[in-house]
Design a protein around this ligand. Structure first.
Ligand code: SAM
Ligand code: SF4
Ligand code: SF4
Length: 333
């Protein structure tokens, strides 16, 4: 096991398998900036499944047991089940999860589960078809995603979670409907504070609905209380209803940072390692993969993690703005 400068081990690896997306969510890839002329990676610039497998094997050696496959939209990557099959075979990988907008999920679900997918997070910001369509940059289709959620929750997956990014004045009126719809199901709804990831979404603090404000909206209907995390370093704060069963999650990067236990590393589709969601810099792993002694990749990953001291969310208000940060669609959340 290795630890960084703040004594944090590495447990969780998030791999973006695709930089492009079939949505243009206003808070992630606004369509005005990601138009038809936008230059995404060429297919041969993306890591191959064999390369991803080699990278995961090194991280597994250093203590990673959880893998999240993300994007862009990961289900745009062809034959994703083949990658899951490869990763599943790596000793010590206990959990493989997928984060998706759900549009292409229903059809692919059986083969992904068959390959070894354990859990899925589906992003859904609204139950109002028009608002959903608008927030997805006029690309999303709510009915298709709702069917995918039903398919996932009736499958053998260990967990199905929903991610809702809440933007003040945009979709806070969807908090109660989302919770109502999934009460008495096995689906956990999680609310994410709108984050200042990247530089292209014109983020402003006024557009954030804070954890406290989200709780107030929920408590206008039901009493809820905090529950213990499932494990150290869990991203979401967990709450439950007081009067009946059911869990709700909150991701509070803005108002209640959780850098102290952050054990997550992220890899972009072209093989760059990021040690923080808000990084200004990356480390190109591909140059250590190709035509180099087999242990060089392992040695470099250890060096990078051991030099890590990231805690952007905790320092957010002291950091100079305007620096180029990595975009969310590149590293997948
Ligand atoms: N395309 C997939 C999806 O939407 O689920 C996977 C990648 S997406 C970048 C991962 C997660 O990041 C989604 O749940 C999305 O809502 C969230 N996200 C994107 N931009 C965000 C932002 N600025 N603040 C908070 N969450 C954001
Ligand atoms: Fe695509 Fe996900 Fe970003 Fe929306 S949040 S634009 S679905 S990558
Ligand atoms: Fe981890 Fe960086 Fe997020 Fe802090 S800001 S929790 S270090 S990814």
């Amino acid at each position: 096991m290795i630890v960084d400068k703040l004594n944090r081990p590495i447990r969780d690896l998030r791999i973006s398998v695709m930089d492009t997306c079939n949505y243009r969510c206003t808070y992630c890839m606004p369509k005005e900036k990601f138009d038809d002329n936008y230059q995404f990676l060429k297919p041969d610039e993306r890591l191959s499944f064999d390369e991803i497998e080699k990278i995961v094997a090194v991280f597994a050696n250093y203590g990673v047991n959880k893998i999240r496959i993300t994007g862009g939209e990961p289900l745009l990557r062809k034959n994703l089940d083949q990658l899951i099959t490869k990763i599943k075979k790596i000793k010590s990988i206990e959990d493989i999860a997928l984060t998706t907008n759900g549009l292409l999920l229903e059809k692919q679900l059986p083969s992904l589960i068959n390959a070894g997918l354990d859990r899925v997070n589906i992003s859904i910001d609204s139950l109002d078809p028009q608002l959903y369509h608008q927030m997805s940059g006029e690309k999303g289709q709510l009915d298709i995603v709702l069917n995918a959620i039903e398919a996932a929750r009736n499958s053998s997956l260990k967990s199905v979670k929903l991610n809702c990014v809440v933007q003040a004045g945009v979709n806070e009126n969807q908090i109660i409907p989302l919770l109502k719809k999934y009460q008495n199901t096995n689906v956990v709804v999680r609310f994410i504070e709108y984050m200042d990831v990247g530089n292209k979404n014109d983020w402003h603090l006024n557009d954030v609905l804070s954890f406290k404000e989200i709780i107030q909206i929920i408590e206008s209907q039901w009493k809820i209380e905090p529950i213990n995390p499932n494990y150290i370093g869990e991203v979401a704060s967990r709450y439950k209803y007081k009067e009946f069963d059911g869990e709700i999650g909150f991701i509070t990067s803005i108002s209640k940072p959780f850098c102290q236990d952050c054990s997550r590393a992220r890899i972009s589709a072209d093989g760059k390692l990021y040690t923080c969601l808000f990084s200004h810099q990356s480390h190109d792993l591909r140059k250590y993969l190709r035509n180099n002694p087999p242990n060089l990749l392992s040695q470099k990953i250890a060096e990078i993690w051991q030099a890590r001291d990231d805690r952007y969310s905790e320092l957010r208000h002291q950091i100079e703005t305007g620096k180029d940060k990595i975009e969310m669609y590149v590293i997948g959340g």
